[in-house]
Design a protein around this ligand. Structure first.
Ligand code: SF4
Length: 109
């Protein structure tokens, strides 16, 4: 039986004492414009307003880093599923770098 090496390393890194923002209902994915008007990158933010810079400005992160967003605790954490299974699926689908996306054309040329 083959094993998923990514999941093994992720499981090794997982801590039951940490909160993983990626598994929280308040962790929101959105499109951030870049380059030409049609191009965008994927970003995440905390809809509960917990990600703040020192001066209070909202922090956003590149989507491909979302699995690294962890906290020791968060009073607003609302899990969306069992953490290990959720992160296993997320790691499989996450891009490995900050990609630029362009919407698929639907109209005829
Ligand atoms: S509410 Fe807390 S756990 Fe949820 S995304 Fe925001 S900071 Fe992370």
């Amino acid at each position: 039986m083959s094993r998923d090496p990514d999941f093994e390393s992720l499981t090794d890194e997982l801590s039951s004492h940490k909160v993983y923002c990626a598994n929280c209902i308040h962790c929101k994915l959105f499109r951030a414009p870049r380059g030409t008007a049609a191009e965008y990158g994927l970003r995440v933010k905390c809809a509960a307003g917990k990600w703040r810079k020192k001066l209070g400005e909202e922090k956003i992160y590149k989507y491909f880093t979302v699995i690294r967003r962890t906290l020791d605790e968060c009073d607003a954490y609302v899990p969306m599923g069992e953490t290990q299974e959720f992160l296993k699926e997320l790691r499989r689908s996450l891009p490995i770098k900050d990609e630029t996306y362009t919407p698929a054309r639907t109209e005829a040329p």
